[in-house]
Design a binder for this molecule. Structure first.
Ligand SMILES: Nc1ncnc2c1ncn2[C@@H]1O[C@H](COP(=O)(O)OP(=O)(O)OP(=O)(O)O)[C@@H](O)[C@H]1O
Length: 313
């Protein structure tokens, strides 16, 4: 559905997207993850046919984004980060107006507007002014707009930004329900979002692609990051003792609170050292007030990959 080869985009001599390549298969939900300014919106705007690439080969639904941008626009439902909704229009009126711009007429228009309002659960607010709707409802109106012309591909720029937890869950459920009819590329800062609904994750930083894989594979790759937190009150060189345990690669003293010292243990993949730590504490008469293990998250993967990326001037 999407094929990106060696895409580069410059703004006035500054590189925003730096030689990235990736493919998205039909029916996939792909999460685009990266900090502010990483190049997500730029890449998405190139994919929608609105922004020409500086170089590279980008095809959407089989069409070249530069030479066949009209066909690309027909193939894509795009929801920009700040969807430009007309606040003085009523919901249904707005969708009909947008439908007309997208070439819908007559019965086809009536059916589609009804369908997308149902799909996005906005039928009950169809006669309300957009300006009076909550952010969650407005977001769903913007999504209904993106869906109007039944595009096979949806490109959504931070679809859950600014929403409360209930609204976030509703949007996520809605997006999951659109699969497999629609392929979805969505950008987000929220790692949990990606873990929950995305088949694959694109990680981007300083315009470069850091990784592209399933959330499970990404975290598996960096299993070495498994951490154990231990808070101890005891005598002797506690850090050295903990570091002598099999499978413990590194011990970092994290904080002190009176007699208590909190350590972070970096542990080899697949090993649970909690029992041996407990045994050592008993043998050495240490007091323990915390002992817990934290498996690596996508956030750890991102932080580690970003740290290994040379920073550009
Ligand atoms: N129209 C523009 N003119 C000049 N520079 C731009 C323009 N749009 C974006 N940039 C720059 O390009 C880089 C990538 O920006 P982009 O908006 O694509 O990042 P992003 O990952 O979407 O960030 P955010 O999450 O903040 O939206 C940034 O350094 C940004 O300042």
């Amino acid at each position: 559905m999407i094929s990106v080869q060696d895409l580069t985009k410059h703004y006035a001599g500054r590189i925003a997207v730096d030689h990235i390549s990736f493919d998205v298969e039909p029916g996939e939900i792909v999460g685009f993850l990266g900090p502010n300014g990483a190049g997500k919106s730029t890449t998405m705007r190139v994919l929608t046919g609105f922004l020409p690439p500086s170089s590279g080969n980008v095809r959407v639904n089989g069409f070249d984004v530069f030479r066949e941008s009209l066909d690309v626009k027909r193939s894509v439902g795009y929801m920009p980060e700040m969807a430009p909704l007309y606040t003085e229009m009523k919901v249904k009126e707005y969708l009909r107006f947008r439908g007309e711009l997208k070439g819908l007429r007559g019965r086809n228009m009536r059916t589609r507007v009804g369908e997308v309002m149902d799909l996005c659960s906005i039928t009950d607010v169809r006669r309300r002014l957009i300006g009076n709707l909550s952010k969650g409802y407005r977001q769903r109106v913007a999504l209904a707009d993106a869906l109007l012309h039944e595009p096979p591909l949806l490109i959504l720029d931070e679809p859950t930004s600014g929403l409360d937890p209930v609204q976030i869950r509703q949007v996520r459920e809605l997006l999951s329900s659109l699969r497999p009819k629609h392929t979805i590329l969505l950008s987000t800062h929220i790692l949990q979002e990606v873990e929950q609904i995305c088949d694959r994750v694109l990680m981007i930083h300083h315009g470069r692609l850091l990784a592209y894989d399933t959330p499970a594979n990404l975290t598996k790759k960096l299993r070495a990051l498994t951490q154990v937190f231990v808070e101890v009150d005891g005598k002797g060189d506690i850090a050295a003792a903990l570091e002598s345990l099999p499978a413990v690669r590194k011990v970092i003293e994290e904080s002190k609170d009176g007699v208590w010292t909190r350590y972070v243990l970096r542990v080899e993949p697949g090993v649970d050292v909690r029992e041996t730590v407990m045994k050592m504490a008993a043998d050495k008469s240490w007091k323990l007030r915390e002992l817990h293990r934290q498996l690596p998250s996508l956030e750890d993967v991102f932080v580690e990959l970003a740290a290994s990326e040379p920073v550009k001037s």
